[in-house]
Design a protein around this ligand. Structure first.
Ligand code: E4P
Length: 216
């Protein structure tokens, strides 16, 4: 399973990439707002594109297809690895069709059921992003949606990749991998949790303590 970092923080992205396990990045307007400071979104996006070899997902904010296509073209022009995030709406579907004709890749975001994923795939999107954590938050099973989308895509040989998004804890990552999702996009805090186990720390401390008794 590919792992994307779900952040616009360039320091976290640079660190994650140095671990050799980050395959791409997803951002959204909320994540971008956390990094606003003195830098423009364009400066931040350019830096992310330069750090990451794989797909860098940047989101449009227009609500109409014309506006989405205009923004999508501008975002895609920033780098070959840019994927344009389009919201799951009727206007979004129209924009996906038009961007595909221009050779621009799209990730359909804010997916909350399998029918939305099917429609986005039929329109020609390259990725769908079901938001598992936000579904769990309202008492629905986010992972059940992922399972349903995987089955539907399998039934019809649909090549659109599934990005498990809105990941809240390591169990989401494990479940995504067990189901066979293509990608999980995770905040850096969760990526760090994936590395850790208390028994690893305990074992290492014991090894180092015992090593002091060895003549070298
Ligand atoms: C996905 O691309 C989104 O950026 C993200 O996963 C949303 O997650 P949240 O529900 O934690 O905001």
């Amino acid at each position: 399973m590919k792992i994307f970092l779900d952040t616009a923080n360039v320091d976290d992205i640079r660190e994650g990439v140095s671990w050799g396990i980050v395959d791409g990045v997803t951002t959204n307007p909320t994540l971008a707002s956390k990094e606003a400071g003195n830098r423009t979104f364009w400066d931040i996006a350019k830096e992310i594109i330069n750090i990451v070899q794989g797909p860098v997902n940047l989101e449009v904010t227009a609500l109409d297809a014309d506006g989405m296509v205009k923004e999508g073209k501008k975002l895609a022009a920033m780098g070959k690895n840019v994927v344009v995030k389009i919201p799951m709406t009727v206007e979004g579907l129209k924009a996906i069709v038009r961007l595909k004709k221009l050779g621009i890749k799209t990730n359909t975001t804010l997916i909350f059921n399998s029918n939305q994923a099917l429609l986005a795939a039929k329109a020609g999107t390259d990725y769908v992003s079901p938001f598992v954590g936000r579904l769990d938050d309202i008492g629905e099973s986010g992972m059940q949606i992922v399972k349903d989308i995987l089955q539907i895509f399998l039934n019809y040989g649909i090549k659109t990749e599934i990005i498990v998004a809105s990941v809240r804890h390591p169990v989401h990552v494990q479940e995504a991998a067990l189901l066979g999702a293509d990608i999980a996009t995770v905040p850096f805090s969760i990526l760090k949790m994936l590395v850790k186990h208390p028994k690893t720390d305990e074992g290492l401390a014991k090894f180092l303590e015992d090593w002091k008794k060895v003549k070298v």
